[in-house]
Design a protein around this ligand. Structure first.
Ligand SMILES: [Zn+2]
Length: 234
């Protein structure tokens, strides 16, 4: 290595500006997320990329208050800007102070009453009419996805169990058997508890073509014919 290409010295507690605000300004951490350093639990400043036990005081150097920083970075208003361990110890200190200090309890009673009667929520909605911060939306989306995946896995387990009870190792064998014995689509849906789109896909995968009922209003009786499944190739 020549002297001209001396290594770039980078502050070890900083990392690159890989992310950006919706307006394009560069960030050292993703918008709508507070990045926690593995091992130490310190949190990353979006603006300079350095790690801190507490960001609340530091962000003033960038011209922000803790609240305006949360808002600018798309974080939840309730998000503590401190390492989790510190956040816990602050909560413990506050709880002890609350228990020991009658005047503090009196001061907080006003807010508690507002909270109990639901007025606090109304006041908050009036003060912040904007859409929920991106962090909250991201957390809600993640919770929904987890819930969906859990329910979907549960349905698959129940289906496998029902098929086993009926003596089939897999869905396609059951569908081919049920088709051969003239089971209607409705019957298949009832037994498998699959939604119609999925049932149609599974039938197709098992080589069975679904023939929908043709209305026969001109025919005597004009009865509703239940759809049945027909094999594509026999
Ligand atoms: Zn900073």
């Amino acid at each position: 290595m020549s002297a001209a290409t001396a290594p770039v010295v980078r502050h070890e507690s900083q990392h690159a500006r890989l992310w950006s605000l919706p307006d394009g300004a560069g960030l050292h951490a993703p918008y709508g997320e507070l990045v926690v350093e593995p091992g130490t639990g310190r949190v990353c400043c979006h603006l300079c990329g350095r790690w801190f036990v507490s960001l609340g005081g530091h962000v003033r150097r960038h011209g922000y208050t803790a609240d305006s920083y949360r808002k600018a970075m798309g974080l939840c208003r309730s998000r503590p800007l401190v390492a989790e361990a510190l956040s816990r110890s602050i909560a413990t200190r506050q709880r002890l102070a609350y228990q020991r200090c009658p005047s503090l309890r009196t001061r907080l009673a006003v807010g508690q009453e507002l909270s109990r009667t639901g007025q606090l929520t109304l006041l908050a909605c009036a003060a912040y009419p904007a859409s929920p911060p991106p962090e909250l939306m991201r957390l809600r989306r993640a919770a929904l996805d987890t819930g969906r995946a859990t329910r979907s896995a549960q349905r698959e387990r129940e289906l496998a169990l029902r098929l086993r009870e009926l003596g089939f190792g897999d869905l396609a064998s059951y569908l081919r058997h049920a088709h051969a014995t003239g089971t209607s689509l409705r019957g298949l849906a009832r037994t498998t508890r699959l939604g119609r789109p999925r049932l149609h896909r599974e039938l197709e995968a098992a080589g069975i073509r679904v023939r929908l009922a043709v209305p026969r209003s001109t025919q005597r009786g004009a009865g509703h014919q239940a759809p049945t499944a027909t094999a594509i190739a026999q």
